[in-house]
Write a protein that binds this ligand. Structure first.
Ligand SMILES: Nc1ncnc2c1ncn2[C@@H]1O[C@H](COP(=O)(O)OP(=O)(O)OP(=O)(O)O)[C@@H](O)[C@H]1O
Ligand code: SF4
Ligand SMILES: [Mg+2]
Length: 400
């Protein structure tokens, strides 16, 4: 059964330059205990969608449509009713933990606060629970450290504290808005693993907002891709990765910083031969794993650096720079190893001057006259996969 159902959600913002229709009629649902990834370029409306769910939109924002949480309508809910939900049934982990924590209060008291407000626990009982939560999210020596202030913790520890705060009342829905962007790659992986464990352990639903396709691929069952305030592609995550049907999603995938997957190349050095294969069309990101080489030969697909996985090709790079013997010219092999990162041509159109047709038309390689006529409707392309494009068939056979 659906825990969260969002229908035709629209968010308009009053700015000094006029009204901006930042979110333009998006639909999605999330079952109890389910995971949903939300991805898209900067400014496409991801955070506003999250803030709308929390009732934390900036002043001057107007919301229409419907957001139902377990049958309760959130659009139009008064502040006191929202306060009763926020931090209780819905909780949020923000991108920048220092901004989410109060620098003047001890972290233990901050984690205990929702327990006192929503569950009416006495201070001593709430602090006991806070200590257990801090231990659960991996704060070592929690009994002592809960009396510390936010500035005494590292960025990763602060985010763990924010997660403990968010979990305090056992929310039905956790909204995580780019929870690891401000952290280094190793800590990112730890925090995402912790979130995944906690979501599974507590049966919470998770709305995970990210710029990182690999994060969404690994941690969510369903995904939405937003562009210009609308959802342009949606469906089960594996299905979307296997058959990307919107040129924008394909552009995002092509632009991801994965090393060495663009070309096929082979190198012979120090009497060993290395070979790099191009991944198969539709290959799912988590399948891109290195595999053990045969004696004297290495095959591998370079993993993203972020995943911290060491691969055959990664340890090849220093070998190449002092290469003994390369198959093919040295320059071309080096170019193949460091291909330019593809980008999506053009930039996101201003929300105040969106074109009358498809918002992606100005950047799309498949644009035809009809794309300029009207915003494309969402069409079902099978297996629960929907795309807002009038010619998804144009993408068939064209691997990203
Ligand atoms: N308080 C505000 N006043 C005016 N415009 C705003 C405000 N907050 C957001 N916007 C505009 O609304 C649009 C969507 O913003 P939002 O923060 O949801 O983007 P986002 O997808 O989360 O981007 P990012 O990936 O950079 O976090 C942007 O064009 C932004 O400039
Ligand atoms: S509707 Fe047209 S412009 Fe828009 S994504 Fe599809 S092909 Fe490209
Ligand atoms: Mg944002």
């Amino acid at each position: 059964m659906s825990l969260l159902t969002v229908l035709n959600l629209r968010i308009a913002l009053a700015t000094p330059y006029g009204t901006v229709d930042a979110v333009r009629g998006i639909d999605f649902s999330l079952p109890a205990g389910g995971t949903l990834g939300l991805i898209g370029e900067s400014g496409c409306g991801k955070s506003l969608t999250a803030l709308a769910l929390m009732g934390l939109l900036p002043e001057g924002a107007s919301v229409s449509g419907s957001m139902r949480l377990g049958g309760q309508e959130l659009v139009g809910l008064g502040e006191s009713a929202l306060c009763a939900l926020r931090g209780n049934r819905i909780a949020m982990v923000f991108q920048e933990p220092m901004a989410a924590l109060n620098p003047l209060h001890r972290v233990g008291d901050q984690v205990a606060e929702p327990l006192r407000i929503h569950q009416g626990l006495a201070r001593s009982q709430a602090r006991k629970e806070a200590k257990i939560l801090l231990e659960r999210v991996g704060i070592a020596d929690a009994a002592r450290r809960m009396d510390g202030y936010p500035h005494e913790f590292s960025g990763g520890q602060r985010q763990r504290i924010c997660i403990a705060m968010a979990l305090a009342c056992g929310p039905d829905l956790l909204v995580a808005d780019e929870p690891t962007t401000a952290l280094d790659t190793e800590v990112q992986a730890q925090i995402l693993a912790l979130l995944a464990e906690l979501v599974a352990e507590r049966g919470m639903a998770l709305l995970l907002i990210s710029h990182d396709l690999a994060v969404v691929a690994r941690h969510t069952a369903n995904m939405l891709v937003m562009y210009g305030g609308t959802v342009v592609e949606a469906g089960p995550t594996q299905e979307v990765f296997a058959r990307m049907a919107h040129p924008y999603t394909r552009g995002l995938l092509a632009a991801r910083p994965v090393l060495g997957v663009c070309r096929t190349w082979s190198v012979e050095s120090e009497n060993r031969r290395f070979h790099q294969n191009q991944p198969q069309r539709g290959q799912f990101l988590p399948d891109l794993q290195p595999h053990s080489p045969a004696m004297g030969q290495k095959d591998g697909v370079l993993e993203e650096r972020r995943s911290q996985k060491w691969t055959a090709a990664a340890d090849l790079q220093p070998t190449i720079s002092k290469s003994d013997r390369l198959l093919g010219s040295h320059a071309s092999t080096r170019a193949a190893l460091r291909p330019p990162l593809p980008t999506i041509a053009g930039s996101v159109p201003s929300l105040q001057a969106l074109p009358p047709g498809c918002p992606f038309a100005g950047r799309c390689a498949f644009t035809i006259e009809a794309c300029h006529a009207a915003p494309p409707p969402a069409v079902d392309v099978g297996h629960g996969h929907r795309v807002r494009c009038i010619r998804p068939e144009a993408m068939a056979g064209d691997a990203p």
